[in-house]
Design a protein around this ligand. Structure first.
Ligand code: ATP
Ligand code: MG
Length: 230
């Protein structure tokens, strides 16, 4: 049981395919174990299934076969409502294209997950300002996302992902659109979060050279399975 407590994500014999005009198999009988506190890199070229993996672990899509356990809960059995609630409590997601809400200010974007979790406005506001300070953007709290650079928007997205103190952060190509300096800043922030908050991080990226300086372990996608990156 202790062993299971230390595993925050378990993929058990996962098969996932997309069926459009033809069937595209992404994973076949794939297993993956992620331990508490790991900073795991998922390294693979474009089109291999990185986003698919992030969406599976987030419960946004379901596997065709196999089971997924997150923090000891089998998410493959949960319905949409249960999944939304589970995500809101436990998981922070950083997407490649920031996904900020353009009609809300920076601080309102960061407050949103807390408000959805029932935290009162004043408390949410204060925590949001602290998080913005953490990512170096306190002075931009009251501007709209469209006025920020790509690197700044990604730091806001990270602050938002951290807002509800998630146990797991899923980051899908979080540095995809950024220049070298901003890429480093994002990875340094992720590393800080991983170390300071004992937050397990799974980062999917094709930016292998940079990411390998930060992650504690990495896997690649090969023959529709996960294989240790050496
Ligand atoms: N909803 C979908 N319907 C059909 N095929 C899809 C769907 N989503 C993804 N695919 C296909 O599945 C494969 C894996 O896609 P995925 O987005 O997981 O790759 P990726 O590794 O994240 O790529 P990238 O590095 O370009 O983001 C691709 O060939 C893609 O075209
Ligand atoms: Mg992708």
């Amino acid at each position: 049981m202790k062993l299971l407590d230390d595993l925050v994500v378990i993929l058990e014999k996962i098969t996932k395919y997309y069926q459009d005009t033809q069937k595209v198999v992404i994973f076949r009988d794939a297993d993956l174990l992620v331990k508490k506190g790991e900073f795991l890199g998922v390294f693979a070229p474009s089109g291999m299934g990185k986003t698919t993996l992030i969406l599976l672990i987030a419960g946004i899509i379901k596997p065709n076969k196999g089971k997924i356990f997150v923090l000891g809960h089998e998410i493959t059995h949960m319905n949409r409502k249960e999944l939304a609630f589970f995500r809101r409590k436990n998981i922070g997601i950083v997407f490649q294209f920031f996904n900020l809400i353009n009609t809300l200010t920076v601080v309102e974007n960061v407050m949103l997950p807390m408000e959805l979790n029932g935290i009162n406005k004043k408390e949410a506001y204060e925590r949001a300002l602290k998080l913005l300070e953490y990512v170096g953007l306190k002075e931009k709290a009251h501007v709209f996302p469209a006025k920020l650079s790509g690197g700044e928007q990604q730091r806001v997205a990270l602050a938002r992902a951290l807002a509800h103190n998630p146990k797991i952060i899923l980051a899908d190509e979080p540095t995809g659109n950024l220049d070298e300096d901003n890429k480093r800043i994002v990875f340094e922030l992720l590393r800080d979060v991983n170390r300071q908050n004992e937050c397990t991080i799974i980062v999917a990226t094709h930016d292998i050279e940079l990411a390998s300086k930060y992650v504690s372990r990495a896997v690649k996608i090969q023959n529709k399975k996960f294989v240790e990156w050496c």
